[in-house]
Write a protein that binds this ligand. Structure first.
Ligand code: PRE
Length: 111
């Protein structure tokens, strides 16, 4: 096989993996919306520090076991968690500034 041929094949595989990544992320944000509906019913805040920490640790553990850079895993976690919170806040018909601020900073504000 020529180099040009294998390069094309690698790139096709990368495109396919990228598609799967985006599809899985879309699925994750759909679940996030389902969670938002439960939270709205119980008046629970979007940002859940304990669960967020658990998810972060999971990213780090997965990265460690697969030999990925931990800073990359943390960045990815933050990006996905922030978007998840943004999706939940946006879905609310009525939301407080506290929730909005929590989403942008990733940290809880004092109530
Ligand atoms: O578990 C929840 O409560 C969620 O809303 C999901 C999720 C996440 O996307 O991982 C989002 C926001 C919370 O801070 C914690 C976790």
């Amino acid at each position: 096989m020529t180099d040009a041929c294998s390069l094309k094949q690698f790139r096709t595989e990368i495109d396919s993996i990228d598609r799967s990544l985006i599809e899985f992320l879309a699925k994750r944000f759909e679940l996030s919306l389902e969670i938002a509906m439960v939270k709205q019913k119980t008046d629970a805040p979007v940002f859940q520090p304990n669960r967020a920490l658990e998810v972060k640790q999971h990213y780090l553990a997965m990265a460690r076991s697969l030999g990925l850079d931990s800073e990359f895993a943390l960045n990815l976690y933050k990006l996905i968690h922030d978007e998840s919170c943004r999706v939940q806040v946006r879905s609310k018909t009525r939301f407080t500034n506290v929730d909005r601020d929590r989403t942008t900073t990733g940290q809880p504000e004092l109530i």
